[in-house]
Unconditional design. Sequence first.
Length: 153
Amino acid sequence: MPLQAVSAVIVEGHKVASGQAEDPRFPIGTLRLQIPVFARLGLDLAAYYPGTINLSIAPYEYTVVQPQRTFRNVRWAPDRPAEDFSFFECEMVLERDKAPVKGLVYYPHPETKPEHFQDPRTLEVLAPYMEMLTYGKRVELRLDSDHILIQTP
């Protein structure tokens, strides 16, 4: 697995995935609605916190090469259009000399996503709950370049 590392900064997202946005359509968050759907499709996300960590890799950008898992036409809520999702394994190094935290890049395909679009230099990551995360914290993100490629704009 050819790992590439990029410095990333934790940035504020839309807070819809976790339910912190207080959007009445998703009072428990979109991820809590999606987790059982992905489980039925064969992807167990139970070990991950039901919210995303938004990592800005600016000034770099990413290109999806070959997702590790892709799910097409996923209907995760009765009143929402179906969406496509891809997932990529990743690692985050939060502190020097500490073991990396394994996670998944959560990639709702922008062409099927109806709203809450991300900056093209921001990746959403699913990981176990971690107390030490704060906006502005810099982390090292490691990705397999066979699946997702980090490049200069």
